[in-house]
Design a binder for this molecule. Structure first.
Ligand code: ADP
Length: 489
């Protein structure tokens, strides 16, 4: 059973090949017309030959019918002349002639078998009524004809045009063997021609089907070369529009992969660099403590505090990196629930107010209406926290941060504006890049990792939302976040 399924699958696999399909299409397109043509021609010939033979025999029989009347054969079938004529006719057509009189009696049968018998068949009755028929029996190889024997009846009709009456019927069988013979010869010849055509078409189908799919094999080969690493060039197979499309799509994919690879390498080198910086600082601090013999207690404490700060920084970078990696896991990681956004923002601000207070920054929350939305609470908290934290971090003394929450029937909008240092317009597109900082040393000083906005943007995109920034250097910045109220999976 299992074997059978495998066998069928194997066969189907064979038919899934494009060259095999082209081969069969050419084969069918080439051979079917030639078969139809052969049959058409033969059938046409047969019909034509039967018609010719029928009308030829019919003419002869009509002449003979006249002779029969003239010789009064129906009354006295002993006429030598007519009998000779009848025999000649039946020899000529390799057939049989029977003459039937008005009483349906067979007065002459050239085979001499049925003479004197009565013949009441449908064809004979029809013929007496004036309808002569001809019937071709291909299986038994003969054509059957009925010919009326008519004589003029002076008593009927008018004088100028006396009526003719059917006084007898000639029932004739004409052999169609000669037609069959010609047909057989023709058929044999046509078959030979057909076989030659068949072989030629198979050959042509094999060559053409292989040639037609060759460009696709070239595409595969070119892609394999890239895969094996022989080349990282753009590939080109322009034989067909279709192969060009495939190759174009592949080249685009290749470019994207190169960009991804570059950005991955850059990310790894950035990560290493960022992680190394606090370690280097710690090493310098520890080394200087070791090198100095008698370290005063205060200096020792100060250095240890610095080391602790660097450890804290290292920890923050790792935490941010982990958040970012988790975000990259896409939709699968979403934990959607209906969240009171007003409550969520209040909670975030409550947590961040102590930091703001330290920097003498006032944090204000304004809500136009109560908002509930389907979001991942943890990710949304992370996104909003990062934005508010930045607004506090990159602010001025006695500055302010304002959070404005509004919603329509589809989205809720959060505007986080500050009176801070602002962002140069040229950097608007870069601030979401991992490890990007407008002022590296300033950001490091205030504990930035350069990952905050990357995390924020990922979290927002996972909610199918958007983030926009507007800023005037030295005056302040405003981030606008728009999130759908209902989560679209
Ligand atoms: P960081 O951890 O350094 O804050 P982010 O990814 O959160 O990293 O931000 C990237 C950079 O964008 C920051 O280093 C800072 O230069 C700039 N930035 C972000 N938010 C603000 C803001 N509210 N005001 C001014 N600059 C900002």
């Amino acid at each position: 059973m299992n074997l059978k399924v495998k066998e069928i699958l194997g066969r189907l696999h064979f038919f899934r090949s494009l060259s095999v399909r082209i081969f069969f299409i050419i084969l069918i397109v080439g051979i079917v017309p030639s078969i139809i043509l052969r049959h058409g021609i033969l059938m046409n010939y047969e019909e034509h030959a039967v018609n010719v033979k029928t009308s030829e025999a019919q003419n002869q029989l009509k002449i003979l019918a006249n002779h029969l009347i003239n010789y009064g054969y129906l009354q006295d079938p002993s006429s030598e002349v007519i009998n000779a004529e009848l025999n000649q006719l039946s020899n000529l057509y390799d057939g049989r002639v029977m003459i039937i009189d008005r009483n349906f009696k067979i007065i002459k049968d050239t085979y001499g078998i049925s003479q004197g018998k009565t013949m009441i068949s449908e064809e004979v009755i029809q013929c007496f009524k004036g309808t002569s028929i001809s019937k071709y029996d291909a299986n038994n190889g003969y054509i059957e004809l009925t010919t009326p024997i008519t004589s003029v009846d002076l008593k009927m009709g008018d004088e100028a045009k006396p009526a003719s009456v059917v006084v007898g019927v000639m029932l004739t069988s004409v052999s169609s063997d000669s037609i069959r013979l010609t047909m057989d010869t023709l058929s044999r010849k046509a078959f030979v021609i057909e076989m030659i055509v068949f072989i030629l078409i198979i050959g042509m189908a094999m060559v053409v089907s292989r040639a037609l799919v060759k460009p696709f094999a070239r595409v595969t080969q070119a892609i394999n070369e890239v895969k094996e690493g022989y080349t990282d060039e753009q590939i080109s197979v322009s034989d067909y529009v279709e192969t060009e499309h495939i190759v174009d799509a592949f080249n685009q994919l290749l470019n994207r992969m190169k960009v991804l690879d570059d950005s991955r390498q850059e990310f790894v080198s950035n990560v290493s660099h960022e992680l190394k910086t606090p370690l280097t600082s710690m090493k310098v601090l520890a080394d200087s403590l070791i090198m100095q013999g008698d370290v005063p207690n205060e200096l020792y404490k100060e250095f240890m505090e610095d080391i602790a700060a660097e450890i804290e920084r290292e920890n923050k970078i790792i935490t941010d990196l982990l958040s970012l990696v988790k975000m990259d896991k896409k939709e699968a990681g979403m934990n959607i629930s209906v969240v009171d956004i007003n409550g969520l923002v209040e909670l975030i601000l409550k947590r961040l107010r102590p930091i703001a207070r330290k920097q003498d920054v006032e944090v204000v929350f304004e809500s136009i209406r109560p908002v509930t939305a389907e979001v991942d609470e943890v990710k949304m908290t992370l996104a909003i926290s990062n934005l508010v934290e930045n607004a506090i971090k990159y602010n001025k003394e006695h500055g302010w941060v304002k959070v404005l929450l509004d919603a329509d029937h589809q989205f809720f909008t959060l505007e986080i504006s500050d009176s801070g240092i602002g962002i140069p317009e040229a950097d608007f597109d870069h601030i979401y890049e991992r490890f990007f900082r407008v002022d590296k040393s300033h950001s490091r000083e205030i504990g930035g990792t350069g990952l905050g906005l990357a995390i924020t943007r990922n979290a927002i995109l996972m909610h199918r939302g958007s983030i926009k920034v507007s800023s005037i250097e030295g005056e302040g910045t405003c981030f606008t976040v728009k999130i759908p109220l209902t989560h679209l999976a």
